[in-house]
Design a binder for this molecule. Structure first.
Ligand SMILES: Nc1ncnc2c1ncn2[C@@H]1O[C@H](COP(=O)(O)OP(=O)(O)OP(=O)(O)O)[C@@H](O)[C@H]1O
Ligand SMILES: Nc1nc2c(c(=O)[nH]1)N=C(CO)CN2
Length: 183
């Protein structure tokens, strides 16, 4: 049934996931399972997982970062709320801006949508400056993606001379949600 959290249409949404405390890989996999278990959300495809040097606030452990493509009937605002709930459930606390976190879920890009309200800016305002976002995203955005995202990623990766401080950690942690991880 339709309500103000969902629409009759499905849209594609790209998200970024990051973790630098505790069992980083296990937390990323758990976040993906919780997304898949959320009503109106399907995990379509995931990037590899990359180990990355911290950016912004440097005195903190290395991150694992990855990206995922979701298909959803939720509005962008409702999807972000689902993501914030998952962050909270997985023990995220907000102490230092850009500081360490059990898990960080950012909504990067929703097909055909731009938004600028205090709770949600789309596209994500810092995504094109961050190699730790762009390198994983580059794994999963198809060549023929029609909204222009592909070209923006390629250009941004050239501009920031992108891959320093970013190493592939594992090519796949997600097997389509059947309940166990593949490494
Ligand atoms: N595209 C977006 N994705 C995620 N959060 C967003 C977005 N636009 C605005 N926000 C808002 O930003 C708030 C703070 O997010 P968060 O604590 O994850 O920031 P951060 O991870 O420290 O910094 P950054 O946003 O640069 O990654 C969220 O509560 C959310 O309402
Ligand atoms: N490498 C890396 N650095 C960061 C990250 C992150 O996910 N990966 N997230 C931050 C908070 O926005 C700040 N710095």
């Amino acid at each position: 049934m339709m309500n103000n959290h969902s629409t009759s249409e499905e849209s594609e949404a790209y998200i970024a996931l990051g973790a630098n405390l505790g069992d980083r890989e296990g937390t990323l996999v758990e976040a993906l399972h919780q997304l898949e278990d959320s009503e109106g959300v399907q995990v379509v495809r995931c990037s590899g997982v990359y180990e990355t040097e911290p950016v912004g606030y440097l005195d903190q452990p290395q991150f694992l970062n990855m990206a995922a493509l979701l298909r959803t009937t939720l509005t962008p605002e409702a999807l972000l709320n689902v993501m914030l709930e998952i962050e909270n459930r997985l023990g995220r606390t907000r102490d230092v801006r850009f500081g360490p976190r059990t898990v960080d879920l950012d909504l990067l890009w929703v097909e055909g949508r731009s938004l600028d309200v205090p709770e949600l800016t789309l596209p994500h305002p810092r995504m094109f400056e961050r190699a730790f976002v762009l390198v994983p995203l580059n794994d999963i955005v198809p060549q023929n993606e029609h909204s222009g995202l592909r070209g923006l990623i390629t250009k941004a990766l050239e501009d920031i001379d992108g891959k320093e401080g970013i190493r592939l950690w594992t090519t796949s942690v997600w097997d389509g949600g059947s309940g166990h991880s593949v490494s």
